[in-house]
Design a protein around this ligand. Structure first.
Ligand code: SF4
Length: 62
């Protein structure tokens, strides 16, 4: 599984960080970024974040 965050789309709302703090963090740019590339057993959490992002900035490639 690969995860991409579209920086230009992210509005820095912090929702993904609060929902999945093991995966996302707000970076120095103020936008969400990945804090890990290990996603084992986190698929359902990640899907919840994908669905919750208000601007669909989180993309998942299976
Ligand atoms: S939920 Fe979406 S818009 Fe909000 S910080 Fe995360 S990636 Fe950015």
């Amino acid at each position: 599984m690969k995860i991409f965050i579209e920086n230009d789309a992210c509005i820095s709302c912090g929702l993904c960080v609060s929902m999945c703090p093991d995966i996302f963090r707000i970076g120095e740019s103020g936008k969400s970024e990945l804090k890990t590339d290990k996603f084992d057993n986190l698929e359902s959490e990640i899907k919840n974040c994908v669905d919750a992002c208000p601007v669909n900035a989180i993309k998942v490639q299976e």
